[in-house]
Design a protein around this ligand. Structure first.
Ligand code: AMP
Length: 232
């Protein structure tokens, strides 16, 4: 008789991916889900920001693209994700911020098929535009450790300094109001074909306007149906 599945089983070797506008909570939720399910998460934004710190011509070009809020080329991002997925074939992976274009989604389908991994579970975090703008303009990060704070919903206990290490809190270059509005419009344009692409697959539209804890609970329920059924 097969063993009862644990909540990690459904996500094992599976890719869980988040579609969501900047500020929709993808980063927070994917990090949380990663800790709950014990599978690694990859934020393509964090990965690219890391690459952009290099003092090389490629690093400098990347810095300019990121500061403008435009997307990095599909081939650069797809190659990096493919390489990482190869290393995480056994555990599966949570993708935060990938795919962002139809080409990337098609590339992911091919990468998973050739790695003989199942096609992804897709979480579409939907948040209203007003809430996104409010969240993003209030977002700050520590210059030293990178911890994320929010002046409205998650202020640092030490004001404009990080409560962990006293580092100065900074605003991301692409979190200025003008760039935010453009990033949101770009997201709306690029997300529609992705929703069409995934709609008839393991796709879940999640109401991200709710408290983060409620969103987390729903994500975990979907990622671990065997556990929910066992508890019922
Ligand atoms: P994020 O941290 O997800 O908001 O991403 C920050 C920036 O990284 C984006 O505005 C893009 O410039 C770049 N980026 C992140 N993920 C991708 C992706 N999948 N494709 C292209 N560019 C990306």
């Amino acid at each position: 008789m097969p063993k009862a599945r644990t909540h990690a089983d459904r996500s094992k070797s599976r890719v869980l991916l988040f579609l969501g506008a900047p500020g929709s909570g993808k980063g927070t939720q994917s990090a949380w889900l990663s800790s709950q399910l014990g599978i690694p998460s990859l934020s393509t934004g964090d990965m690219l920001r890391g690459e952009a710190k290099r003092n090389t011509p490629a690093g400098l070009r990347l810095r300019e693209v990121l500061a403008s809020g435009s997307l990095v080329s599909d081939s650069i991002v797809c190659d990096a994700v493919a390489a990482r997925l190869q290393r995480e074939r056994e555990s599966g992976m949570i993708l935060d911020g990938f795919p962002r274009t139809l080409k990337q989604a098609e590339s992911l389908t091919r990468i998973l098929a050739s790695a003989e991994m199942p096609q992804p579970v897709v979480f579409h975090l939907h948040v209203s535009r007003e809430r996104l703008v409010a969240r993003l303009t209030a977002r700050r990060h520590c210059a030293e450790c990178g911890a994320i704070f929010n002046l409205l919903s998650r202020p640092s206990a030490r004001g404009m300094f990080c409560e962990n290490d006293g580092g100065k809190l900074l605003q991301r270059d692409d979190d200025s109001r003008e760039v935010i509005l453009r990033r949101l419009t770009d997201f709306e344009t690029s997300c529609a074909p992705l929703v069409d692409y995934y709609r008839r697959t393991d796709y879940h539209r999640i109401d991200g306007d709710r408290d983060a804890e409620l969103v987390s609970a729903e994500l975990l329920r979907i990622a671990s149906p065997a556990r929910t059924r066992a508890a019922a």
